[in-house]
Design a protein around this ligand. Structure first.
Ligand code: TYM
Length: 334
């Protein structure tokens, strides 16, 4: 029997992925390779919804792909590609935008946040239609499951709505996908402000830990992470959000339950706890950094892997688009 399909994407908008990306999404991308047919995409078309410098975008797309391979995405098992290499994404996005309500798109909270930050006059139409392109990404590959963090839930709901609406109007065309969101790691908080999520755009450098960060800096940031005035290492979302976040990170990386960590660090204070957590993070990220550097040293090979990935992706995407064109009523091209 065919394995269920997974699709997910990540933006090449930073020099490194961060701890929130890693725990909220990327680790699941790796794990799902065991049980699912997996398709992963570096979404450069999404990246340009905010201004990007061309040379930087190109470099960051390679850095993003290298990190995916370095964390354990296997190019022989998964399809890994860059979104702009498969033109069907933009094509399907157009078709879907024609069945999306203006009001419906206006309700997307990420657009509201991002456009407020960019300033209403500078926010682009592309930023507004961003979630429709995301729906196209997912629907092109007949994905059953989409591993993401909590901040993507609303976009996935829109994707489901659009898939169902299209199927209803034009006949069964798309698989209706479901979110794959792990509660404990779905929203990793900023180390300096545990009320907000760790984010490349909103976090201060002190609040964010990069996957490619040097160990010394990782240690410093964890030791300075905001906690509270007590001294017990105990999870309590409302009273102790900082400590709770650190416990979640520790638990996810070490594979030890929060309850067991609470017991282990009972009475030892925050210093020891943070010091040991810092080593857990360093041990997890140091090998990824090394492998990423090696992969980036051989650009030709990296580009070749992405070319192979794009060819495989395109094979699936063109089939879906043939179905879409036919069902919508476009005249076949000769
Ligand atoms: P992006 O590039 O912002 O983030 C990549 C993934 O990381 C997750 N994430 C987090 N998870 C937990 N805690 C955090 N603090 C945290 N910060 C980020 C995100 O939820 C995401 O899963 N719109 C998407 C990219 C995209 C996509 C897709 C995803 C484009 N097309 C199709 C899935 C399917 C985005 O901006 O992710």
């Amino acid at each position: 029997m065919a394995r269920p399909r997974v699709f997910s994407g990540i933006q090449p908008t930073a020099d490194s992925f961060h701890l929130g990306n890693y725990l909220g999404a990327l680790r699941q991308w790796v794990a799902l390779q065991q049980t699912h047919d997996t398709v992963y995409c570096v979404v450069d078309l999404h990246a340009i919804t905010l201004p990007q410098k061309p040379a930087e975008l190109r470099r960051r797309s390679r850095v993003a792909a290298a990190q995916l391979f370095a964390i354990g995405i296997d190019p022989d098992t998964s399809i890994v590609f860059v979104q702009s290499h498969v033109p069907e994404h933009a094509e399907l996005s157009w078709v879907l935008s024609c069945i999306t309500g203006f009001g419906e798109a206006s309700r997307m909270v990420q657009f509201k946040d991002k456009s407020a930050k960019a300033g209403a006059d500078t926010a682009s139409v592309g930023l507004f239609t961003y979630p429709i392109l995301q729906a196209a990404d997912i629907l092109l590959y007949d994905a059953d499951q989409v591993p993401v963090g909590e901040d993507q839930r609303q976009h996935l709901e829109l994707t489901r709505d659009l898939a169902q609406r299209f199927n209803h109007r034009f006949g069964k065309t798309f698989v209706v996908p479901g979110p794959y969101i792990l509660t404990e790691v779905a929203k990793i908080a900023d180390l300096q402000d545990p009320a907000i999520k760790m984010s490349k755009s909103a976090s201060s450098p002190q609040g964010i830990i990069d996957v490619l960060e040097v160990p010394e800096s990782v240690r410093r940031k964890i030791l300075r992470a905001v906690t509270d005035n007590e001294a017990d290492v105990r999870a309590d979302e409302t009273a102790k959000p900082g400590v709770t976040n650190l416990l979640r990170v520790y638990s996810a990386l070490a594979g030890e339950s929060v309850a067991s960590l609470e017991q282990r660090y009972a009475g030892s204070g925050y210093g020891t706890f943070k010091k040991e957590l810092a080593e857990v993070v360093v041990d997890a990220f140091a090998p990824i950094r090394e492998r990423t550097e090696k992969l980036l040293a051989n650009e030709a090979e990296l580009d070749r892997l992405l070319e192979v990935g794009a060819a495989k992706a395109r094979e699936i995407a063109t089939k879906t688009m043939t179905r879409v064109r036919d069902n919508v009523g476009f005249l076949p091209a000769r």
